[in-house]
Design a protein. Structure first.
Length: 227
């Protein structure tokens, strides 16, 4: 099945070059000059990948990524950021950019990067279960089991657990969790709200709650090898 790539690039020449190369690699291409056209094309085409240029104003890039992740709820769409620096800010990582290339880029690099992202995406689909000890999350069924028994979680509790499981042991800061789970509303959410939801989640997980580790003054992580 042909996969669709949406290009949102600031430079016309670069956009045409990447379009030609990706078409030669078998992708279906659509192009948007700005965030508004990009949102319209996402609704219409539901692309598998978005190649996004950091040269577009930061606010436009952030709003577009938020639209993809929270408003339009397109978690399967992978975002490749063309960055001006080798270390994109936490701001972009927190809105779940999947990978990046440092500009200037060669078109072959973009083709190769999308191919590697496609492999990772296929691997993720073949393993739809996230685990930590007795905790099992079946993403496709939106279901969580602890010790083989189902656990009834609210949407926010589920999303918190999903973020921790997908981080696979990495620490997620409090701001990151608020941003990812509450989305654009996070700026108006008190930090204590995160603690309340995390406390409720832990209570529902029972003994397996110890798998969620509090990193003082930073955030939370999940234990990859719980006792």
């Amino acid at each position: 099945m042909t996969q669709t790539v949406l290009l949102v690039l600031a430079e016309d020449e670069l956009s045409r070059s990447i379009e030609h190369a990706l078409q030669g690699a078998g992708y279906d291409i659509c192009i948007a000059p700005d965030r508004y056209k990009a949102v319209a094309l996402m609704n219409e085409r539901n692309p598998d990948f978005i190649v996004l240029d950091r040269s577009i104003p930061d606010s436009e890039v952030v709003l577009l990524c938020r639209s993809i992740r929270w408003e339009m709820k397109l978690p399967a769409t992978s975002i490749l950021l063309l960055s001006d620096t080798p270390h994109p800010s936490d701001r972009f990582m927190d809105i779940r950019v999947d990978d990046f290339l440092v500009k200037p880029v060669e078109v072959d690099e973009v083709v190769e990067k999308l191919a590697s992202m496609k492999v990772r995406l296929s691997a993720g689909k073949s393993k739809p279960v996230l685990k930590s000890g007795d905790i099992e999350m079946l993403r496709e069924q939106w279901t969580v089991y602890v010790g083989g028994g189902p656990v009834n979680l609210t949407e926010k509790e589920y999303r918190l657990l999903q973020e921790l499981l997908e981080a696979n042991g990495r620490v997620l800061t409090r701001d990151t969790l608020l941003e990812r789970v509450w989305g654009p509303q996070s700026a108006n959410i008190e930090s204590r709200t995160l603690d309340v939801h995390m406390s409720r989640l832990r209570r529902k997980l029972g003994r397996s709650a110890r798998n969620i580790v509090t990193v003082r003054n930073v955030g939370y992580r999940i234990s990859v090898f719980p006792e």
